[in-house]
Design a protein around this ligand. Structure first.
Ligand code: ATP
Length: 957
């Protein structure tokens, strides 16, 4: 019995044990189900289907299903899938594949596996991966994979930061292939920078847990990017400040679009009062030994084994990155919204000129302004500086800025001086812009400097005018006091590549001018915007005083070294600049770079066609509105090219007068200051029948070198030089000017041309005679053959004799005679002959020539004689005949010849800057006035156009 009882008890106990085991198994199963259900919530439908057993039951079906996954979420890096992959816009919120999870199925020897996919972007999550020291490399491999998957997901909208103080970056070989935040080497500073960025983004866009970075409209995000921060071997070589900062970023970052992956090496102990468990928003995984486990929150439940996503091969990494880089950045260019023509020119520049160039932050306008704002604590902003490396979008900035300004303000309000300091032709299209007073392309530094000097003179002129005539001390008060009676626009000087101005500036002239404009420009209503690759310039003197007056700082993408070395912005501005990684992104600060006033924005892009259309509309508007003609003059200067006579704004005044000016009008025009569109020739008295002939463009903005002849002795012109294109260009300029001085009743032409037949320049003078002079019915004679030239001299000497017989008081009525003769040394009978004593003597024909030269000018017959060199000249003239030429023009020649001809060394140094542009020297021996200029070019098409233009305007009116 006892035996049975004992057996029964044993049985009962085994039953109880069995029951307990069944109960335990039941509980285990229930726990398993609960856990799986919990896991389900973070899996996509795709994953669930595997979970439901399909992976095991039907491998084919499962494989098929795998095929439908996008490469982003496909386990393993399959070359085939990524080869076919096209980077394109996608839903950034879909979960991210991050490894394979397996678990042994209860009661079977089968293993169940699912791809794990975590909610990431937009889910306020960070990731903490724990590992022992042995598994560090597995974690780094996993991070590499994550970085590449995230990059493939977010394409150009993400930046990465890799932190690896103990391994000196070894953990992240992929870093060099991705866009990374610039690391100055100071980890704490880097994290501080990220922290400030988070604050700024939260504040700019009003972000919170309910309204996270990813939910802001795409359009607003044009200025911002997601950022993913990978942290290797956490705790080894991380100091306390860094740890605290990092954990804060991990917690706070996701709202502002900054996500952190931390690798926690568990062999390093956390400081006692710091716990990673405190990070509520972490996905946590652990890699320990050969067992991987998945924790849901803090709960360790079922034995799940996590196989982290493997590192992609180098080939796949290269392939994916290459595809991303060559895809077009998904950035939203901002369209330049033109103001409607009906709304052009509605603003006045009395206090400020201000315009929008793009948008900043949460869609507020990004403005650039100059002047004095009485609102906003009465601030002034006189000048601006813009820095951006090549490709940063500087050119587009200029276009957007110039044109939106030109649409808002009429040429009576704003006048532009545009200088392209380097080789660029950026401002080419603005030659037609009615606001452009000066457009200078490919300028030689000397020219650019002269523009600055021009502006400093204008400052002095304006300040004098304001104080003496209006009793005020600044532009704004002048505007108010003058009540619009005197029109004086604000002037804005824009110099691209301003550092070029300082090239070869031994006397620091440019620096001195810049300083003066910087300090004194504001009161005169003269502002400047200097642009360059970087803010400073090596040769800039007085930089401190210049920059102290440049309140507006504009920075686009800068080279790393320039950004780190910046002093023009505070800490905040420098941080913000890290965001300027695409063309058009810009940081603007209108308070001298002070923190708290930076705006990160994007410049609107304006296409070339739109640009040209706006310019055309503005030009048309300037015609309708009867803007004073002197405000519409554009002085064009192209540094390396010869100028065309059409670009001569003084001459254009005569041309645009639509009929020849009468003597009084001419006198008025000639005496008007060059700055106001006149010739600046105060000694012009119409009683002396003066004529003005232009030779070429001076090496300054407004100047056009000219010869003014009067009816006095010695008023002849010599033109010497072996550059025939230039020499004939000068003659062409003289003849064209003559036509503009007076109608056919008042000028006659005698032209003798002995140029080498067939030479390119040989038809300049005949063409002129046959074309313009004939068409406009000027009396003219042309001599090409030797005998014709001799006959011409006879006619002219007879004319001299006849004029002498006319009473003096009647002589002013006689028409002016222009006698132009080229290369007369090619006529033997004009060359000096040796007499029997061996000294050179004039021939008969030579004597006639001398008579015309000596007696002609006082009688209104002026000779314009040209030779290829000083020697050929001495074949025809005695040295003493030279004194009858008050006006002398020389092209590059030897020092000896230069002294002989123009008494100055300059003529031997004309081409010191190189072959282009060709330069010439003019001197008035009488007054010692001299100038260096670029002779006009005679290109056939252009000259004909010009000639036709003259005929059309002056004859037909
Ligand atoms: N605001 C913008 N938005 C979008 N794209 C822009 C913007 N600004 C410029 N880009 C693009 O960037 C490229 C470079 O622009 P841009 O020529 O203005 O730069 P840059 O700094 O003047 O360069 P470079 O000095 O080489 O002339 C162009 O293809 C242009 O279309």
């Amino acid at each position: 019995m006892f035996f049975y009882n004992q057996a029964i008890r044993q049985l009962q106990s085994r039953i109880a044990q069995g029951n307990a085991r069944v109960q335990a198994l039941k509980e285990e199963r229930m726990e398993l189900t609960r856990s799986f259900n919990a896991i389900k919530s973070s899996f996509t439908v795709a994953a669930l289907q595997f979970f439901n057993g399909q992976l095991l039951e039907n491998k084919d079906k499962a494989d098929k299903h795998l095929d439908t996954l996008s490469p982003y979420n496909k386990p393993a890096w399959e070359a085939e899938a990524w080869n076919a992959w096209e980077p394109q816009k996608q839903d950034i919120h879909t979960p991210l594949y991050f490894g394979l999870m397996t678990t042994p199925l209860p009661d079977t020897d089968q293993v169940f596996g699912i791809p794990t996919i975590m909610d990431f972007i937009g889910h306020n999550k960070c990731v903490i991966v724990e590992s022992g020291p042995e598994e560090c490399n597995d974690v780094y491999a996993f991070f590499q994979s994550m970085a590449l998957r995230i990059n493939a997901r977010l394409l150009h909208n993400v930046n990465f930061t890799f932190i690896d103080p103990s391994g000196f970056g070894k953990a992240f070989p992929i870093a060099r292939q991705l866009n990374t935040r610039v690391d100055s080497g100071d980890l704490f500073r880097l994290l501080e920078e990220i922290g400030r960025d988070i604050t700024r983004i939260n504040q700019t866009y009003g972000l919170s847990d309910d309204r996270m970075f990813d939910s802001i409209a795409d359009a607003v995000l044009i200025n911002e990017k997601f950022e993913v921060i990978f942290v290797a071997n956490f705790l080894k070589d991380y100091d306390r400040r860094v740890i605290e900062k990092l954990l804060k970023i991990a917690e706070q970052g996701p709202v502002a679009g900054k996500y952190v992956f931390i690798h926690h090496n568990t062999c390093e102990e956390l400081p006692r009062d710091i716990s990673l468990d405190g990070i509520a928003n972490a996905h946590r995984v652990a890699i320990s030994g050969d067992e991987f486990s998945w924790k849901m929150g803090n709960r360790q439940s079922i034995p799940l084994y996590w196989w982290p996503d493997e590192k992609p091969t180098d080939e796949i990494t290269d392939l994916v990155i290459k595809k991303i880089k060559s895809s077009i950045p998904k950035e939203n260019p901002i369209d330049w919204k033109a103001i409607k023509p009906a709304n052009y020119w509605k603003e006045t520049a009395t206090q400020v000129i201000e315009t929008t160039v793009g948008i900043s932050g949460n869609r507020s306008p990004l403005n650039i302004w100059f002047g004095h704002k009485h609102s906003e604590d009465s601030r002034e902003c006189s000048h601006a500086i813009l820095a951006g490396m090549t490709g940063s979008g500087k050119s587009n900035f200029y276009h957007a800025f110039i044109l939106s300004l030109a649409c808002r303000y009429s040429p009576e309000e704003v006048s532009l001086y545009l200088i392209d300091g380097k080789d660029g032709v950026e401002f080419q299209d603005y030659k037609q812009l009615p606001h452009a007073a000066v457009v200078s392309l490919k300028s030689l530094p000397g020219l650019s400097r002269s523009i600055l000097s021009d502006l400093t003179e204008e400052i002095a002129r304006r300040n004098k005018l304001f104080s003496e005539e209006y009793g005020v001390d600044k532009y704004e008060n002048f505007r108010l006091k003058s009540g619009g009676k005197l029109i004086l626009p604000r002037i804005l000087l824009i110099v691209d590549e301003y550092q070029e101005l300082l090239e070869g500036d031994v006397n620091a002239e440019a620096s001195a001018h810049l300083r003066l404009i910087a300090e004194k420009g504001r009161s005169a209503g003269i502002h400047m915007l200097l642009g360059s690759q970087r803010f400073g310039a090596a040769n800039l003197m007085y930089a401190a005083s210049i920059f102290a007056n440049i309140e507006m700082r504009i920075a686009m993408k800068l080279s790393l070294s320039d950004r780190l070395a910046l002093t023009e912005f505070g800490k905040e501005g420098k941080d913000l600049l890290a965001n300027c990684d695409l063309p058009g992104k810009v940081v603007v600060n209108d308070r001298g770079g002070n923190d708290g006033h930076n705006k990160l924005g994007k410049v609107a892009i304006i296409k070339k066609d739109d640009r040209l259309q706006v310019i055309a509309e503005l030009t048309a508007k300037s015609m309708e509105q009867h803007i004073p003609p002197e405000l519409l003059i554009t002085n064009i200067f192209n540094g390396t090219e010869q100028p065309h006579i059409i670009d001569n704004t003084q001459l254009a005044q005569l041309l645009n007068h639509n009929h020849w000016m009468d003597k009084q009008e001419m006198e008025q025009f000639a005496r008007k200051e060059i700055y106001h569109g006149g010739i600046g020739e105060i000694g012009w008295f119409s009683g002396e029948t003066p004529f003005v002939f232009w030779l070429g463009q001076e090496f300054n903005v407004r100047g056009h070198s000219n010869v003014v002849t009067r009816r006095r002795q010695r008023e002849n012109v010599l033109i010497i030089g072996d550059n025939n294109d230039a020499r004939y260009g000068i003659m062409f300029g003289i003849l064209s000017s003559a036509v503009l001085n007076a109608p056919n009743t008042d000028v006659h032409f005698y032209i003798a041309d002995k140029s080498i037949p067939g030479a390119p320049w040989s038809n300049v003078l005949p063409n002129f005679c046959n074309g313009l002079i004939q068409e406009m019915k000027y009396r003219q004679q042309f001599a090409g053959k030797n005998t014709e030239v001799i006959n011409m001299l006879q006619t002219l000497t007879a004319e001299v004799a006849a004029r002498k017989d006319i009473p003096e008081e009647e002589r002013p009525q006689l028409p002016t005679i222009i006698f132009m003769a080229a290369d007369l040394d090619r006529i033997d009978s004009l060359n000096l002959q040796m007499n029997k004593y061996g000294s050179p003597e004039e021939t008969e024909a030579g004597k006639m020539l001398r008579q015309v030269i000596t007696e002609g000018p006082a009688l209104g017959i002026h000779a314009f004689i040209s030779f290829e060199g000083v020697l050929p000249m001495y074949n025809v003239f005695n040295k003493r005949n030279l004194e009858f030429f008050r006006h002398r023009v020389a092209l590059q020649m030897s020092e000896q010849d230069a002294f002989d001809l123009v008494r100055r060394r300059e003529a031997s140094r004309l081409q010191a800057h190189g072959n282009k542009p060709i330069a010439a020297f003019y001197i008035d021996i009488g007054s010692n006035k001299s100038s260096v200029f670029k002779p006009y070019i005679v290109s056939k098409g252009m000259s004909e156009t010009f000639v036709k233009e003259i005929a059309k305007k002056l004859v037909n009116g």
